[in-house]
Ligand binder design. Structure first.
Ligand code: FAD
Ligand code: DLZ
Ligand code: SF4
Length: 512
């Protein structure tokens, strides 16, 4: 019996149970295909990272004695889509069975389900083994509960289930579940952030192949010294470096931003996690071990903050995705219809916070959480940009962007387009927030303290106008009612001025 097994571009774990036994009857298929490069416009580094990672895994499997069929993007016999190439390999190998790992994206799940139904051989879907919970784990956790699904109770259940940062009595270590309040310091130049990981891969040859094949991308390829890990060993080195130099200060500066550093103390591990070079449980346990080994150097607040992202937010977000797709992608509860400004593709904008966050995203395919949420996302939300356009930009630009994790973060957490199913409040800020948490305002032509003047920071009028526009919806929300009531309480003349200023800014959005 000959078996064909598909490995997708984000399924690069060389430790998957599939590979334990070398079996000449099994053929592993990996493919670089236009159907996957072209469904959204991707950042150059994302395409490079996925192709180079797939090539490394293919080489490794071959070296271990496995049989591999690899389609390069420029190969003449490449059908350029998953089903076309799979049909070809099933015929070549006269296969009687087809298997694949559970894909993480709804679209790919549909394509493969359709292929299985029509491929004419027996088939099976196996787990990728890279999440702590099942696709429907979050839905089962909340059961028949209506209304919002809050992350915190789910996170606590995950802590109990994994035992991570739990004491011998089954209570959270340190007596508290959540140390968020300790994690909100601005960064003023010290301590020094870790040096960027010194990735050394030369991907210029691959970049030429990608261009020759006509794949359209945007952003800096950085192919000469590629800055992302491409295999498990490199990902583990990246993890060790973070535990040593980033984690100790991760908590304190989790929300900070600074023009001199694109990451501060963030891990940049999302890429390796999402491509399955690292397992979330091993990452969370490694952080816990680093804390237990030296609690004076690696504080509990930092460790808990990091663990919450990895076993809490990440799993919860995925559960929301599978519970709400496919309709979720079209959500637009606030009725926002402004087109995405064209400077999102160039970084050419005078607002310094956006210039930095968008420019950095184009240059490095990375921005940390607060840049994504409280600068780029907050601007789109308060300006009223169409959520689907915000989603397409986020899905293309980041090295770690796969729909299962990107979509709920953008549609739910950042744009509140799901009506608050995921987030208990809209996340938005005016200049006061940016000025407190970063140094961006110092280099900005706009005045962070002004709301209405010709050089007033645009975020201020947009922020207050947002609350005025959506006052009815949010006035009773206990987490933001105060801001809404403050907006409602403005003198009528000031409200009119705020509305007029926001309308002018929207009309002039291309030249902010
Ligand atoms: P760290 O701050 O070091 O966090 C550690 C890990 O926790 C991350 O590597 C990631 O795996 C996980 N994590 C943290 N926050 C989240 C979250 N909200 N959801 C899921 N996992 C989380 N993350 C992606 O992996 N892909 C995306 O496409 C993506 N899009 C986002 C879009 C918006 C609008 C927002 C607000 C957040 C998005 N995130 C996304 C979540 C988060 O911003 C990134 O995971 C994080 O910035 C990656 O950098 P890091 O590895 O340095 O993270
Ligand atoms: C994102 C991406 C890109 C750009 N290219 C490929 C590819 O050529 N081959 C492949 O197998 N996967 C690719 N991917 C990832 C998929 O589009 C998809 O996002 C994930 O496999 C689903 O989780
Ligand atoms: Fe951003 Fe406004 Fe500060 Fe300029 S003044 S950096 S636009 S918050």
């Amino acid at each position: 019996m000959s078996v064909v097994r598909l490995i997708l571009g984000d399924q690069l774990d060389p430790g998957h149970p599939w590979y334990r036994k070398v079996d000449p009857k099994v053929t592993y298929v990996l493919m670089e295909v236009r159907s996957e490069t072209d469904y959204v416009l991707h950042h150059a580094q994302k395409v490079l990272a996925i192709f180079a990672g797939m090539r490394r895994l293919a080489d490794r499997l071959r070296a271990a004695g496995h049989r591999v069929r690899y389609f390069r993007i420029g190969d003449a016999d490449n059908a350029q889509d998953l089903a076309g190439n799979l049909r070809k390999v099933l015929a070549e190998r006269k296969a009687s069975r087809f298997e694949h790992q559970e894909p993480d994206e709804w679209r790919v799940d549909r394509v493969l389900a359709e292929f299985r139904a029509g491929c004419g051989v027996a088939s099976a879907v196996v787990p990728s083994g890279h999440f702590l919970d099942a696709r429907d784990g979050v839905a089962r956790h909340f059961g028949a509960a209506r209304g919002r699904w809050l992350m915190e109770p789910y996170y606590r259940a995950m802590r109990r289930r994994t035992g991570i940062l739990m004491d011998a009595a089954g209570e959270p270590e340190g007596g508290k579940w959540n140390f968020d309040h300790d994690n909100r310091k601005p960064w003023k130049g010290t301590p020094p952030p870790p040096k960027p990981w010194d990735g050394a891969a030369d991907l210029r040859g691959l970049w030429e192949e990608i261009q020759a094949a006509g794949v359209r991308t945007f952003g800096e390829p950085s192919a000469a010294r590629f800055p992302w890990p491409l295999d498990r060993e490199e990902a583990l080195a990246h993890l060790r470096a973070f535990l040593k130099r980033g984690l100790p200060d991760f908590g304190d500066y989790e929300d900070a931003m600074h023009s001199s550093s694109d990451r501060l103390f963030h891990s940049r591990l999302s890429h390796a996690l999402n491509l399955k070079l690292l397992n979330p449980l091993e990452v969370a346990r490694a952080a816990e071990a680093a804390h237990r080994a030296d609690p004076g150097r690696v504080p509990l607040a930092a460790t808990e903050g990091f663990v919450r992202q990895v076993i809490g937010w990440r799993e919860y977000i995925r559960g929301v995705y599978w519970a709400r797709m496919p309709d979720y992608a079209e959500s637009n509860a606030l009725g926002h219809e402004l087109p995405l400004p064209s400077w999102f593709w160039t970084g050419e904008v005078r607002m310094n916070c956006l210039r930095h966050a968008v420019g950095q995203s184009l240059a490095t395919a990375y921005a940390h959480h607060i840049q994504r949420l409280m600068v780029i996302g907050s601007f789109c939300l308060t300006a009223g940009v169409r959520p689907r356009e915000v989603d397409r930009w986020f899905l293309g630009v980041y090295i770690d962007a796969f729909e299962w994790v990107e979509l709920p973060n953008v549609i739910g957490m950042s744009q509140h387009a799901d009506g608050g199913f995921l987030g208990s409040k809209p996340y938005c800020g005016a200049a006061a927030y940016v000025n407190k948490m970063s140094d961006y305002c110092k280099g900005c032509p706009y005045d962070p303290k002004d709301r209405l003047g010709p050089l007033a920071c645009p975020l201020n009028a947009l922020y207050w106008d947002f609350w005025l526009r959506h006052a009815e919806r949010f006035r009773d929300n206990p987490r933001i009612g105060m801001a809404v009531r403050q907006a409602i309480g403005m003198p009528e003349a000031e409200k009119r001025a705020v509305r007029a200023k926001a309308a002018a800014l929207r009309a002039d959005i291309e030249s902010l």
